[in-house]
Design a protein around this ligand. Structure first.
Ligand code: GDP
Ligand code: IMO
Ligand code: MG
Length: 427
């Protein structure tokens, strides 16, 4: 059973990086399929902390091939900086491959992301301002620049001229920003091109060959289900599909090749940026989660909003991605609460009880959470490595979640460190 997709089942930052790093030890290939450097994945290996944005979370294992797939959007400067930073720390990048079809984030995408957020004012999305949305817009509009264009300077300049014809009008007339010169944008890019050239490859073919050889391939999602552009809390979403289906289109394999889908969820919920969040807490419990969980964004440093676990949203995530097993991270953060709450249903504005995630945004925006309370536990979980090490009340909490979503929990996070887990995952 070699192909497993790892997805975020919430609003991102579920701990996907840690889970992928752990499973990468027993995998041959790790492939990112969507998103860009809006992602921030923290891995704690011994006394070393790694913060990855574009490079797949398998890079710390020298034998694991790491693919940045065609469905991602890549800021060439950010990728070069990440590669340099890792190399400076002794991490080998020899196994990194970048799809020639991946779209590149241009300086004007970053400018337009920031300018659009300013223009939206109090209706802003709270993006990471990394140019993600504008880059995917250009991909769909068929005026994007791709990694393979770095290999052909003449075509690169031609494409930049076409793209900038329209972009310069928007930059200047709508936002009062300076026009960009295609030649100088190309010149800056070509500095990075030399650095990135050795990594650019036909990654769809590489993954196909690995699968045919019976190798273990992990598909690493970024962001999370509720940030999915189709199924998330639109418009407060990212511009790609973090759900499992995108692993196919985002790397170039067919759906029949996927064997398992591992959903990653925190034992509570966090969200960065704007948008609805029914179980959000604005009280001592929320602050306690934020402090104990150190809930600050890996990419932007913003404080994450915190709340109780939302089983309506979690069941929705399981359904959308065909999740076959769950990783429940950060259970250790919930030690010391007198009682822990789980949201089993929403009440809409008319008081109607909803157990399925509402498809209509107006209904969802008006939803409040209905909770079940379970007794909390005081014990420190950081040394728990087996299910039987868990205190009975923590075990009850885990069992209640697994029963509600009807999916086994095969991994439980008990601390930030690489091996602070109860791990029963088979991949
Ligand atoms: P990602 O974007 O899904 O990879 O998640 P992030 O790395 O942005 O955020 C998750 C944070 O929680 C990181 O700082 C991880 O090191 C940390 N983390 C992951 N799993 C656990 C866990 O089980 N317990 C604790 N205390 N921290 C964890
Ligand atoms: P990882 O991979 C949490 C959020 C932003 C904003 C919205 C749109 O670390 O889980 P964008 O810059 O993508 O256009 O912003 O999505 N967002 C994330 N939130 N974790 C992430 O990635 C995120 N990537 C984007 O905060 O609300
Ligand atoms: Mg993150």
């Amino acid at each position: 059973m070699p192909a497993t997709v790892v997805i975020g089942a919430q609003w991102g930052d579920e701990g996907k990086g840690k889970v992928v790093d752990l499973l990468a030890e027993r995998s041959d290939v790790v492939a990112r399929y969507q998103g860009g450097n809006n992602a921030g994945h923290t891995i704690v290996a011994g006394d070393q902390v790694y913060k990855l944005h574009l490079v797949p979370s398998g890079i710390l294992y020298p034998g694991t091939l790491c693919v940045i797939g065609n469905g991602t959007v890549v800021d060439p400067g950010a990728l070069c900086a990440e590669i340099d930073g890792l190399e400076a720390r002794g991490v080998s990048l020899d196994t990194l491959r970048l799809s020639g079809n991946a779209h590149l984030i241009m300086p004007y995408h970053v400018m337009l992301d920031g300018a659009a957020e300013m223009r939206l004012g109090r209706f802003s999305i709270g993006t990471t301002r990394r140019g993600i949305g504008p880059c995917y817009e250009d991909k769909a509009a068929r005026v994007g620049i791709r990694a393979q264009d770095l290999l052909d300077p003449k075509i690169l300049v031609r494409k930049l001229e076409v793209a900038l014809e329209a972009k310069n009008e928007i930059l200047e007339k709508l936002y009062g920003m300076p026009r960009l010169d295609p030649q100088s944008v190309a010149a800056d890019l070509l500095d990075h091109a030399e650095r990135l050239r050795p990594f650019i490859a036909d990654t769809a073919l590489i993954i196909d060959e690995a699968l045919r050889d019976g190798k273990r391939v992990l598909f690493e999602g970024a962001q999370g289900t509720m940030l999915d552009i189709d199924h998330g809390t639109y418009p407060f979403v990212t511009s790609s599909n973090p759900t499992a289906g995108a692993a196919c289109t985002g790397t170039g394999i067919g759906p029949t090749r996927i064997d398992r889908v591992l959903g990653v969820t925190k034992a509570y919920v966090t969200r960065v940026g704007e948008g609805p969040f029914p179980t959000e807490l604005d009280d001592e419990d929320g602050r306690r989660m934020m402090e104990r969980g150190n809930e600050f964004g890996t990419t932007t440093g913003r404080q994450r909003r915190c709340g109780w676990l939302d089983l309506v949203a979690l069941r929705y995530a399981v359904r959308l991605s065909g999740v076959t097993q769950l990783a429940l991270t950060k259970l250790d953060v919930l030690s010391g609460f007198e009682r822990v709450r789980i949201c089993r249903a929403y009440r809409d504005r008319d008081g109607e009880r909803l157990t399925d995630f509402p498809y209509h945004q107006t209904v969802f925006h008006g939803c409040t959470a209905e909770y079940d309370d379970l007794p909390g536990w005081d014990e420190d979980l950081s040394e728990c490595r087996e299910l039987t090490d868990l205190p009975p009340r923590a075990r009850e909490y885990v069992d209640a979640i697994a029963a509600a979503v009807e999916v086994p929990i095969t991994l439980i996070g008990t601390g930030q460190g690489r091996h602070q887990v109860i791990d029963q995952v088979e991949i």
